[in-house]
Write a protein that binds this ligand. Sequence first.
Ligand SMILES: [Fe+2]
Length: 385
Amino acid sequence: MQSTFNFQGAKKIVFGQGALRKLADEVRGLAGKKVLLVLDQGLERAGVAQQVVDSLEGGRISYFRYDKITPEPEPVLADEAAELGRQQGCDLVIGVGGGSSLDVAKAAAMLAKNVGKAEDYIGLETVPQPGLPTIMIPTTAGTGSEVTFTAVFTMRDRKKKGGINSHFMYPDLALLDPELTVTLPPHPTATTGTDALTHAIEAFTSLQSNPMSDMVAREAIGLIGANLRQAVESGDDLKARNDMLLGSLLGGLALASAGVGGCHALAYPLGAFFDIPHGLANAVLLPYIMGYNLESTEAKYAQVASLMEAGETGQSQRSYAEQSIAVVRRLTLAIGIPQKLKDLDIPESAIEDMAEMAMTVARPIANNPREMTKEAAIGIYEEAY
Ligand SMILES: [Fe+2]
């Protein structure tokens, strides 16, 4: 636990059912005249894109659409979106969708005011100038990207993932409307929701955790623990969707301040090598990382067990901490998350290379509450296999 810390997120957060109806006013509030609208392809099917477009048109805001976002995006998508935004004279960027479109939107807004390509800026604080103003509208309860300063990209040709991390990329507005998440099918609800839980648990147990991040992480763990299964099983339960989106937002704020840990580091290679979606990779690995970390973060895992209502109290701290792993495992099993890496069609022979790459994900490795080595990563992957 750190006694000196930073706590920052989106400059403004608008949350609640019907929040989308405020979009045009919020664009005007940021002096936006023409919007670059960055959208997930899947949003067409769910009718969400139309709701966003209606909200802009109803408020007489002109916009230009960029909707070529794919899962685990390559940096060239941000280059393309930024170029289109420049050609069209856009002065504000709205990202709508899961983490992929939000990250592309953040990077495209940055590139609109900085020379070069997205890949040139991968790293920490490499961006010289602020970009265009941004509004982030998540349609999954999972990414947290609406309040972080990061945009993650996959370089498939080199089998690498990396993030642009700049204080200029904190969104100006995170607009969260739970009504936009009700059409998300059960499987992505489960994987993105478990990603949100991973953010909260990893931030809570990070070596960078602090009183502010702990406060929001605790709330996030409680909300997600109580609502994820219901959101998966009854997608139209607006109360469960509301509380999941709130939990995801708070998990995002926790990770924006305290970072994530070993689970995210070990999940990265699954995306870079095998195109396993980020949320699914984290969801499979989370209980195994918790098992590895247990001896270094017993007191906090005991709190996780309590927040997730793991069961009987009055046991030793150790056995209660162990309950946190059991409750996470029960939850992921109940919502249909595969329990083993081999269920993801990953060859066992890849473990060594995956461990090598995981160790390059420097900040999450450094934040992990128990020292993470390549040998330890191999051991975790083998156990998860
Ligand atoms: Fe994540």
